[in-house]
Ligand binder design. Structure first.
Ligand SMILES: Cc1ncc(COP(=O)(O)O)c(C=O)c1O
Length: 364
């Protein structure tokens, strides 16, 4: 007799992992929206120092990281949730808020972890199509909110489409949503968004909407994806308490905490990297347009390329991603992310981006 699993194991989608990890060093890894820049040497040093003490459990209150984030964003540590990546907070929010009979609403395509929330909890998922510019349709999302809705997730800028909505639109959405609904504004890429102003702009919303959580990460702009650190800036400290209740103690390891605290001290370097990423994004977009293809308006560290129309988009997309992989470039096929006929391409180094454009040119 095989092991008998809970029914939700049949519902929970398997995360579409990127290929390419087995291909060795000479590969342009443009599939996971990571930073092409390694961590700063001072951050590596802080992580190394923390390693010496790992015979002890990490600080279970994550006090130094929450204090550092509180100082940066000017909100009390009691309203800052931290996690092993922002995914950890997202999944914990699903567990804390959802159950059979409850509803969660989000746009689709959006971040591939969102469908997990309903599948794991037995809640109903309402997926609202993007508008014709591949942005969130906030009116349509607000129209889906009912008395059963516990959670709305808005991804801004949106993964995988790279588009962002101005904060006034988010504000108008929050006006329409009842206060019992937790709204998670997933801002994993907000630092790259020229359209959103600076990463402090959305903080103002927290003062007015206690049901709001701004979800952010050290995986992208701080280049610490491998250490797994995320945080939520929350309108209500009860959100932080609830997501702690459903998780194991010590969910964020000591090395990751130390690295994140150090990384926060070097905002000049972070800004410099953002500037360089945006410059590279513009060059990458120009290269793609030079091949006669169009892209969504990117406000992130990745682009969403529209492949030429064909009678079999999925077949062509598979052929293109395979051809790119053979040329040492790993990207994500749109069909895996909810929209066929697209490629999601992370902004890498200028050399990697040029390699992608050249390889794509050969294949088209
Ligand atoms: C929109 C969005 N949110 C959250 C995450 C999760 O990031 P992490 O768990 O690494 O903090 C990602 C990762 O790609 C993402 O694209």
């Amino acid at each position: 007799m095989p092991i008998e699993f809970a029914a939700r194991i049949r519902r929970i989608p398997v995360y579409p992992v990127a290929s390419g990890y087995e291909l060795g060093a000479d590969v342009a890894m443009l599939a996971s929206n990571e930073s092409p820049f390694g961590p700063l040497p001072v951050v590596v040093e802080a992580a190394r120092r923390a390693l010496v003490g790992v015979n002890r459990y990490p600080d279970p209150s994550y006090a130094s990281l929450r204090r550092a984030l509180a100082d940066r964003y000017g909100i009390p540590p009691s309203r800052i949730a931290v996690g092993s990546g922002s995914c950890d907070i997202l999944l914990a929010a699903g567990e804390a808020l959802l159950e059979p009979g409850a509803e969660v609403v989000y746009a689709w395509p959006a971040f591939s972890v969102y469908p997990h929330l309903a599948a794991a909890s037995g809640a109903r998922a309402i997926e609202v199509p993007l508008d014709s510019c591949e942005r969130h349709d906030l009116d349509a999302i607000a129209a889906e909110v009912t008395v059963a809705t516990r959670l709305a997730v808005i991804c801004n800028p949106n993964n995988p489409t790279s588009t962002a909505l101005p904060l006034e639109h988010i504000e108008a959405f929050l006006e329409r949503v009842p206060r019992h609904v937790c709204v998670i504004l997933d801002e994993a890429y907000c630092e790259f968004a020229l359209a959103l102003g600076d990463p402090f702009a959305s903080l103002e919303l927290l003062a007015r909407w206690p049901n709001l959580v701004l979800l952010r990460t050290f995986s992208k702009v701080y280049g610490l994806a491998g250490l797994r650190v995320g945080y939520g800036l929350c309108g209500d400290e009860r959100f932080c308490e609830a997501v702690d209740q459903v998780r194991q103690p010590f969910y964020l390891n000591a090395v990751a905490q130390a690295a994140a605290v150090e990384a926060l001290k070097h905002q000049d370097a972070v800004e410099d990297r953002v500037t360089r990423t945006i410059a590279s994004r513009l060059a990458l977009e120009e290269g793609v347009r030079g091949l006669g293809l169009s892209l969504a308006d990117s406000e992130a560290n990745f682009v969403w390329v529209r492949l030429p129309d064909s009678d079999d988009q999925e077949r062509d997309e598979v052929a293109v991603t395979r051809g790119l992989a053979e040329r040492g470039v790993i990207v994500r096929a749109g069909a895996m992310l909810g929209q066929e006929g697209r490629l999601r391409v992370t902004v890498g180094t200028d050399v990697e981006n040029a390699r992608f454009v050249a390889a794509l040119g050969e294949l088209l």
